[in-house]
Design a protein around this ligand. Structure first.
Ligand code: ATP
Ligand SMILES: Nc1ccn([C@@H]2O[C@H](COP(=O)(O)O)[C@@H](O)[C@H]2O)c(=O)n1
Length: 230
């Protein structure tokens, strides 16, 4: 069967990576979480003092250091899923912290950061057989992707899912802070100048607010079969 490129974009915490991972596992494709790449650059900036006390970014210094920020993914043999590495160190857990979540959309709005990461993402997907999730995959990274999905869900539903996930992991969480973060990132991501989050004209929209995990998995698998049978 011919291999295709699958782009999954949408709002924060709406289930993009869950859907993308499930599909990649099911059909034997590579999965790439592009949000993790922006989170790694943010973690680098945090660890290297590139935010001041008011959270302003030292943009000139970050731009100078971009070539030193090496991003990669290593396979977790237990889950079979790729995990983010920053300069060779596995940072999969660190990049999910609220400290990173609060700052990542500001880093992701910087044109030189986007240029560098989009270039890497295109290289990762050049052989096709890839499921990539993010905000600009169907619009900018792979505008010719054979299957594009745009996922939405009610903001309170998304925040509740994230809250439940953190609680289940035994991590202290506050619903209102999570909701605020989700809504703030949606706003910044949709209003930035370069590659704002928007539905590609040829993307299929899915509102999964009332869908179960298994229903959305099956829904995506059906779209995959339609796209590969054409
Ligand atoms: N249909 C669903 N019903 C219930 N929970 C769901 C559903 N889809 C995803 N979730 C849960 O919601 C949480 C967020 O999902 P996920 O991490 O896949 O979102 P995301 O869009 O990739 O988020 P982000 O943009 O922040 O990376 C996870 O805990 C996931 O298990
Ligand atoms: N293609 C992308 C992917 C992500 N971003 C930015 O990164 C943030 C974190 O992404 P998650 O998927 O882990 O939530 C996100 O809020 C965006 O600011 C992006 O710009 N483009």
């Amino acid at each position: 069967m011919k291999k295709i490129t699958i782009a999954i974009d949408g709002f924060s915490s709406c289930g993009k990576s869950t859907m993308a991972k499930d599909l990649a596992r099911e059909v034997g494709y590579i999965y790439v979480d592009t949000g993790a790449m922006y989170r790694c650059v943010t973690l680098y900036a945090l660890h290297n003092g590139l935010f001041d006390k008011d959270n302003n970014i030292d943009i000139a210094e970050l731009e100078k250091r971009m070539p030193q920020i090496v991003l990669s993914f290593s396979l977790n043999n237990t889950t079979g899923m790729p995990e983010a590495c920053l300069n060779g160190e596995n940072v999969e857990l660190d990049i999910r912290s609220m400290e990173v979540s609060k700052r990542v959309s500001h880093i992701a709005a910087l044109p030189f950061v986007r240029r560098a990461l989009v270039e890497q993402q295109r290289r990762m997907g050049k052989e096709k057989g890839i499921v990539m999730d993010g905000r600009d995959i169907g619009t900018t990274v792979f505008p010719d992707a054979e299957l594009k999905i745009y996922v939405t869900a009610n903001a309170r539903v998304r925040a509740q899912r994230r809250y439940d996930e953190l609680k289940a992991k035994g991590i202290e969480a506050d619903f209102e802070s999570i909701l605020h973060n989700v809504e703030e990132r949606d706003y910044i991501d949709s209003h930035r100048e370069v590659s704002p989050l928007t539905k590609a004209a040829d993307a299929i929209e899915l509102d999964n607010s009332r869908m179960t995990l298994s229903e959305q998995k099956q829904w995506l698998l059906d779209r995959f079969h339609e796209a590969t049978e054409q």
